[in-house]
Design a protein around this ligand. Structure first.
Ligand SMILES: [Cu+2]
Length: 87
């Protein structure tokens, strides 16, 4: 039982080390844009997983705790798209 609890605590700790950030992306017109945005986000230090949604104009980013959402948006803007952090 004690061991089981320890595993649970370890799992919780691992989960809390990541954060989910929602970004609003403007200017995506086609799948190539999605690829561009995804690529630029994945180059940001700390970013682990990125899902980009063309129709919704948004991105969901899984990143290490402490990764600044602003740094993600900067990367997207550099790639030529509009970006704001969705709250
Ligand atoms: Cu495009």
């Amino acid at each position: 039982m004690k061991r089981f609890l320890l595993v649970l605590v370890a799992l919780a700790a691992a989960a809390s080390a990541d954060q989910l950030v929602n970004l609003k992306i403007d200017g995506m017109m086609c799948p190539a844009c999605v690829k561009n945005v995804k690529g630029s986000l994945n180059e940001v230090k700390g970013v682990k997983e990125t899902s980009v949604y063309l129709k919704e104009g948004k991105a969901e980013v899984k990143a290490a705790e402490g990764t600044k959402p602003e740094s993600m948006c900067d990367a997207v803007k550099k790639a030529g798209y509009g970006c704001s952090v969705a709250k």
